[in-house]
Design a protein around this ligand. Structure first.
Ligand code: DX5
Ligand code: ZN
Length: 221
């Protein structure tokens, strides 16, 4: 049974916000009536950059009703699931590339009351994610090599988005298909056409001359 396409959803990435005042950046998103906030957690090991940890997420949680979409770029994500769940994450995504018990970690995320997500780097094939698709609430296709905001979108990832969407329809699954990295008014619609429904945007959102117009445009992607 084919599933209906999910309506497009924007998840602004606070990585491109004001790190001296992250709460004000989260408030910008919430005040526009948006529902999701993407939070990038980097360990300086799985990716060559560092951001912030559960303490910061918990502090943001105190003043925000947004759905926290927490993207863990960690070599050992299984060690930190509980901390981010307690900090107020609503969805926790883990990368497929490092070696750990992916199935157990995905199950643990749900057991802690969060939605779960599986992330594929640009060079990781759709086939690697295929065995996990019935265990997840979201699949995140990285459209840049993770680690930094403001990079150029990789068009070679579009065919992978289509492959995952095709598998989703064929199996009647309902996970969200999210894209992250270099997503803007040009590349976002290309991802939508390929089958994505959930759009992380850091630079394109926070640096937009008219954020409200940018957010509204997602409905037409
Ligand atoms: C990159 C992060 C992204 C980043 C996207 O490692 O996972 O979420 O914030 O930033 P832009 O939209 O600027 O490419
Ligand atoms: Zn991200």
């Amino acid at each position: 049974m084919p599933t209906e396409p999910l309506s497009p959803l924007l998840a602004p990435s606070i990585l491109a916000g004001d790190h001296a005042n992250l709460a004000s950046s989260a408030a910008i998103v919430e005040d526009l009536g948006l529902k999701w906030l993407h939070l990038d957690i980097m360990d300086g090991h799985f990716v060559p950059n560092l951001t912030f940890g559960p303490q910061t997420v918990a502090a943001l949680r105190k003043n925000s009703g947004l759905f926290f979409d927490v993207h863990l770029m960690l070599s050992e994500p299984q060690r930190y699931i509980e901390a981010f769940a307690k900090a107020g994450a609503n969805l926790i995504s883990i990368h497929i590339e490092p070696t750990y018990d992916h199935v157990a970690t995905l199950a643990k995320i749900r057991a802690l009351g969060c939605q779960n997500g599986l992330v594929l780097n640009p060079d990781t094939p759709a086939e690697a994610g295929s065995p996990y698709l019935d265990l997840v609430d979201l699949v995140l296709v990285m459209t840049v090599q993770p680690g930094f905001g403001g990079q150029s979108f990789r068009r070679d990832t579009l065919s992978k988005i289509t492959k995952l969407d095709t598998l989703r329809r064929a199996r009647g699954l309902k996970f969200r298909l999210e894209v992250d990295g270099g997503v803007d008014a040009t590349t976002g619609p290309e991802c939508r056409a390929a089958g994505a429904d959930t759009f992380v945007a850091g630079t394109a959102f926070f640096k937009a001359p008219d954020r409200a117009a940018f957010a509204a445009s997602i409905a037409r992607w």
